[in-house]
Design a protein around this ligand. Structure first.
Ligand SMILES: Nc1ncnc2c1ncn2[C@@H]1O[C@H](COP(=O)(O)OP(=O)(O)OP(=O)(O)O)[C@@H](O)[C@H]1O
Length: 796
């Protein structure tokens, strides 16, 4: 009760005095900066005085049983009746400019479905009008002689399907009403018409409405009739513009009803079309404001039904009361019950100071996190955030976030349909439906808000795609996103970056492939397992720091798991020489690294490719070996035919007899496997790559020595030739390739085992040679069993 009586007193007080408020009242009364938002009840409100319902409003705060219907019906009856009042000056009729007629025709008859943008457009006009006043009042303080707050108020009458939107902005004089609402001079609406003209379908492409916005005229998306009552501080009089859908003219008359006079600003009244009356629900309005206009810099109030509980006495049953009276001992205690009292009042529904406009020094981490959770419906705090303003060529403010987890859904990375970036223009929400305009798709996981003053309010996708401003914005946003990620990677808490990498590592690798321009920023963020770090991933910087003084290249091997990578024969000599090798175990890794090409001027080198240079060439020795094994190389090549491009002496093996290296420009075994799993039917390129493989033999291995001897003594020995076939198959498997005919390979192994067990082919000393140890069949067996071709658990 206390609340109500306090408000009613202030309402009565202000009723008589509002228009006569001192022109020299302190600026704080009217300055938008002085709003003490959320304190509706102690603010001077001319609304209650200017409308015909003023007494109801006051009543409503006094009498709980206030009738909302009465409130609205009185208001609109009198609005409609005003022009008929006998003492009103007659309304003058004006013809619309031809373009406006066309535009109206299109709007009224369009099938445009996203009609809800009308409210955003009208609020934005109201906000512009307030901005204009604020700006002009700096040099013309007399414009603020009517000391009213800078704000926007929206009322929805759901029973009658009427919405009113009132601002206390600059307003319009009679001439301005004609100029602004009867003609189209410039800005978004003019562009819209031009686009319409250019469009092939001159009959009207309703999508263009959404792309360009149609400003004030968007009111006719949902209304049959619109009145604009406006009072400019430059004029003594207030004028009412009135237009109807499907009409070629509009009227302007002077407002003479004292109850409808505005101290300043503009009131729009929308009489909604039958099918659009649903917009006139306070809840719907609130939702739209919250979505589109939450951060408009002036307070937006909606007229809302509220309630509070109170205790009331309950009438006693007379018989009971009598009985009590007779019973002297009964203590007299009145019975009460709790009831909910309803009343209507204004409620502030937007945040006038968006967090991104605040000074970052004054915003706490919790504030950022809360804003993130609220805006993006997240329940986990972000891993990092970055709040910044860019100045210069393009100015905008932004807060970016790195989420704690990746969204579920496999194809997100390739085809991101996120609503992660909310674009505002002058604090009015424009869109969150982007397709790479503000962030490349590999950074689509970054969430945030971007607010620009440099973009037009009705920015369309086409504008976004072609705008130079947007290109500059994108560059800066990307740079800031990388700074933020780098920040996580340098954090003392290593776990944070591990979490990031687990969720978004793939995205960054995609960035290596798709964004050459940012290789320098992406590369330091990459992480891989290595031959010296199988449990914990390392960065490229850590790799480089660990390089041997004379090591020129960064070595890597691509495989399907750490286990198969660490057991590959390609690694043998490198391990011996204590050279670290990166294990690329994610299918995308190899392509990413190939796109990077180098890091800190060190080339990435695939240790499974031909011509591996470990920096320890000994030409003398090589010549010697070539002489000894040259003939065998030719002999083996002849036997293998087109299966390999050449047979060479290997410098990378120590314990394996042979390996199948990929051609310099060919696919690695890993790549071949990936391509195979993806290309359906394209066997031509696969065949070509296959033919580029190089069969490398280890001259120090007993099997090779034995074969070398066989080549020299009896090159036609069928068993030796079959051993070459088996060696090839074994090398194929151990090098990570898939054998063309696994069943046949099995057969060959059994056959060789049989021969070995019968002692036919490998009795020591049988083969004459200058020194090598005799052929040991067990080695073949061991090689065949090793490689893993199965689908990966990448880490282990
Ligand atoms: N609430 C208002 N108060 C004062 N002037 C207004 C108001 N609403 C509209 N106007 C005037 O009417 C003009 C036309 O409005 P309209 O919304 O059609 O276009 P715009 O706001 O100029 O540009 P856009 O097409 O980008 O919205 C505005 O430029 C402004 O001068």
């Amino acid at each position: 009760m206390h609340r109500l009586s306090r408000r009613s007193v202030s309402a009565v007080l202000r009723y008589g005095g509002v228009h006569r408020r001192n022109a020299a009242a302190p600026l704080s009364c009217s300055s938008p900066l002085s709003h003490s938002v959320g304190e509706n009840d102690n603010k001077t409100r001319w609304y209650s005085a200017l409308s015909s319902e003023k007494s109801d409003t006051i009543q409503s705060t006094i009498q709980p049983n206030f009738k909302r219907d009465l409130f609205f019906s009185k208001r609109y009856e009198s609005t409609a009746a005003a022009s008929d009042a006998s003492n009103s000056p007659p309304a003058e009729t004006y013809e619309y400019q031809a373009e406006v007629s066309r535009l109206m025709d299109l709007i009224v008859n369009s099938l445009y479905s996203n009609k809800e943008v009308f409210l955003r457009e009208l609020i934005s006009n109201a906000s512009d009008a307030l901005d204009k006043l604020r700006f002009l009042s700096v040099t013309e303080p007399e414009l603020l002689k009517d000391a009213v707050d800078f704000d926007i108020r929206i009322q929805a009458d759901k029973d009658n399907g009427i919405i009113t939107l009132t601002d206390t902005g600059i307003g319009m004089t009679r001439q301005e009403l004609v100029d602004c609402l009867g003609t189209i001079a410039q800005s978004g609406t003019a562009k819209f018409l031009k686009a319409l003209k250019d469009s092939k379908d001159a009959g009207g492409d309703s999508n263009l409405i959404g792309q360009f916005g149609v400003g004030f005229y968007s009111a006719f998306l949902v209304s049959d009739r619109v009145t604009v009552s406006s009072k400019s501080p430059k004029s003594d009089k207030q004028y009412v513009w009135e237009g109807e859908a499907n009409a070629s003219s509009y009227t302007i008359r002077e407002e003479t009803d004292p109850e409808k006079l505005l101290p300043r600003g503009t009131r729009l009244t929308l009489y909604l079309k039958r099918d659009d009356k649903g917009f006139a629900h306070p809840e719907r309005i609130e939702k739209l404001v919250k979505n589109y206009s939450q951060f408009v810099s002036f307070p937006i109030y909606t007229w809302k039904e509220k309630g509070y509980t109170k205790e009331v006495e309950v009438d006693e049953d007379p018989a009971e009361a009598k009985k009590d009276e007779q019973d002297e001992k009964t203590e007299k205690k009145k019975k009460t019950k709790t009831v909910v009292e309803r009343y209507w009042d204004w409620e502030l529904i937007n945040e006038t100071q968006p967090i991104w406009l605040r000074n970052p020094k004054e915003v706490s981490k919790e504030d950022y996190n809360e804003f993130y959770r609220k805006t993006f419906n997240e329940y986990l705090d972000p891993l990092a955030s970055s709040h910044f303003t860019t100045e210069g060529e393009v100015e905008f403010r932004s807060i970016l976030y790195v989420p704690a987890i990746a969204p579920s859904g496999k194809d997100d990375i390739i085809n991101p349909k996120t609503k992660n970036i909310r674009l505002y223009v002058k604090r009015v929400f424009i869109s969150d439906d982007f397709d790479g305009e503000l962030f490349p798709r590999y950074l689509s996981f970054v969430k945030g808000v971007v607010d620009s003053n440099d973009l037009p309010l009705n920015v369309s996708r086409e504008i976004l795609q072609e705008s130079r401003i947007v290109r500059i914005m994108r560059k800066r946003l990307v740079r800031k996103a990388f700074d933020m990620i780098l920040g996580i990677s340098m954090s003392e808490n290593r776990e944070d970056y591990e979490k990031f990498w687990e969720n978004f590592g793939k995205h960054l690798k995609l960035g290596c492939i798709e964004d050459r321009e940012n290789h320098k920023r992406i590369a330091p963020l990459l992480r891989f397992f290595s031959s010296q770090s199988e449990e914990e991933m390392i960065s490229l910087d850590e790799y480089v720091e660990n390089m041997k003084p004379d090591q020129k290249d960064i070595y890597y091997i691509a495989s399907d798991s750490v286990t198969s990578a660490k057991n590959t024969p390609f690694l043998e000599r490198l391990l011996e020489k204590d050279l670290e090798v990166l294990f690329l175990v994610d299918p995308i890794d190899e392509v990413a690294i190939q796109n990077l090409k180098s890091y800190k001027e060190k080339n990435f080198v695939d240790i499974s490719k031909e011509d591996l240079d470990l920096g320890d060439k000994n030409e003398e020795k090589e010549k010697e070996i070539k002489q000894e094994f040259g003939q065998s190389c030719d002999w083996i090549k002849k036997r293998l035919g087109d299966k390999v491009a050449s047979v060479q002496i290997s410098n990378r093996l120590s314990s394996s007899p042979c390996v199948l290296a990929s051609g310099k420009f060919g696919w690695s075994a890993n790549m071949e496997r990936l391509m195979k799993s993806q290309t359906i039917g394209d066997t031509a390129s696969l065949e070509f790559m296959r033919s580029r493989r190089v069969f490398e033999i280890n001259p120090d291995h007993p099997i090779i020595m034995n074969l070398n001897a066989a080549c020299k003594t009896n090159p036609d020995d069928q068993d030796a030739l079959r051993a070459i076939d088996l060696l090839y198959d074994a090398a194929l498997v151990s090098s990570g390739f898939t054998p063309e005919n696994p069943a046949q390979l099995g057969g060959k192994i059994y056959e060789m085992m049989g021969m070995a067990l019968s002692g036919k082919w490998s009795t020591p000393g049988e083969v004459q040679s200058s020194g090598p140890k005799p052929f040991a069949p067990e080695t073949v067996e061991a090689e065949v069993v090793e490689p893993a071709v199965a689908e990966p658990d990448n880490r282990k």
